[in-house]
Design a protein. Structure first.
Length: 92
């Protein structure tokens, strides 16, 4: 799927073309045009991935194109709807 991300600040008119696809291994790959990762040729990199690893949904980021390993791995366990606190719990 191709889409265009538009600057949300309202101060700039910048936009970025993005391709999103699912790999054969079941990882969601996010590829903004002009961005890449260490091991891919220009125009073929994927600096953002979303995967399930050992039962946990997580986002993997390669924020440095010169680094082979991910710079950030963010587990989304804290975003589970089942972890939402009731209003009564917030006041204690």
């Amino acid at each position: 799927m191709d889409c265009t991300l538009i600057d949300q600040s309202g101060e700039h008119s910048d936009s970025v073309q993005v391709n999103v696809e699912c790999s054969t291994h079941g990882t969601l790959l996010v590829s903004p045009k002009g961005f890449g990762d260490c091991c891919s040729l220009d125009g073929h990199g994927t600096p953002i991935g979303i995967e399930v690893w050992e039962g946990e949904l997580r986002v993997i980021i390669w924020a440095d194109i010169n680094q082979e390993d991910p710079t950030h791995i963010i587990p989304l366990t804290g975003a589970l709807e089942s972890r939402r606190k009731d209003e009564d719990q917030d006041q204690t």
